[in-house]
Design a protein around this ligand. Structure first.
Ligand code: DO4
Ligand code: MG
Length: 276
């Protein structure tokens, strides 16, 4: 089942049919039994005309956090970009350590919705999208849904010094979520593929894909660490790290169209821009 947050309300997609849910979004997605509730809730059936409706990011009052260096490809890329700052050591250590890298990513107001622009920093020359399977964890620490996340990153700022990570990762519209919350009722299959495609004009300038089974960590472990000494009253989103990184000579340009697809969830499309 899928939940869409839209300009016309909350839509539940169940067995190819759509229903409107007149409920508080935060209370709904924080339900412990979200899958069971959505399986049986009865509500007005509708025909959705997506051309007349704006899709919103499927977030209410939750914080967005992110995990890093959860795939070998990410470890290698960080080691390269930070080699002058001594990165070889700390990225390889965190990849092998018991404790994962977790960092705060965004508050809801700076998250881009499907179709909205994501920003690159004007003081950075090397920017990439990071396509990440993203967990919705409820206030009790249970993973209840999945969505697609884009952890936009400035690789030159991050590579210059690891203490610059918050500036490389956390700025207005550096995160995108959507298009929906996928509520499968059980854990997402690790055979699931994430695809990234970047279009410049009519040309595809980068394409890549990875399966979730290439992750070094598992989702429950990441959620457990995040909730150890934190309270998330409305639940929390957790981006689980990227395994797709364009080659070093690639950087995003204003106007590029980023499409991130995850099987069973959908495709999240955003266009790159500078904040005016
Ligand atoms: O250590 C830097 C962040 C890594 C990251 O965001 C990722 O691996 O996805
Ligand atoms: Mg990332």
């Amino acid at each position: 089942m899928k939940l869409f947050k839209t300009s016309a309300g909350i839509f539940l997609q169940r067995n190819e049919e759509h229903f409107v849910l007149n409920e508080d979004f935060d209370a709904l997605i924080n339900r412990d039994n979200l899958f069971e509730y959505l399986s049986s809730v009865s509500s007005e059936k509708i025909t959705v005309n997506w051309n007349e409706i704006k899709m919103l990011a499927p977030i209410g009052r939750q914080e967005v956090w992110a995990a890093g260096v959860t795939y070998l490809r990410s470890r290698d890329a960080r080691m390269e970009e930070s080699k002058d700052a001594g990165g070889a050591d700390f990225y390889s250590k965190v990849y092998n350590a018991e404790r994962p890298e977790l960092f705060f990513k965004a508050l809801p107001h700076s998250v881009s919705a499907p179709g909205e622009e994501v920003f690159i920093r004007k003081d950075s020359k090397w920017n990439v999208p990071e396509p990440e399977c993203t967990l919705l964890i409820n206030s009790k620490g249970k993973i209840v849904a999945y969505t697609i996340g884009n952890d936009m990153s400035s690789r030159d700022i991050e590579g210059e010094n690891p203490l610059y990570l918050p500036q490389a990762k956390l700025y207005y519209r550096s995160a995108a979520l959507g298009p929906c919350l996928y509520v499968p009722g059980n854990e997402i299959s690790l055979d699931t593929t994430i695809n990234l495609s970047i279009k410049r004009g009519d040309e595809i300038v980068f394409e890549g894909s990875i399966q979730l089974n290439r992750m070094k960590r598992n989702f429950k472990e990441l959620a457990e660490y995040l909730y150890r000494e934190n309270i998330f009253e409305h639940g929390c989103f957790l981006m689980t790290g990227t395994g797709i990184i364009p080659p070093n000579e690639f950087t995003l340009q204003s106007g590029d169209e980023i499409s991130i697809g995850i099987e069973n969830i959908g495709v999240l499309v955003n266009v790159v821009a500078y904040r005016m």
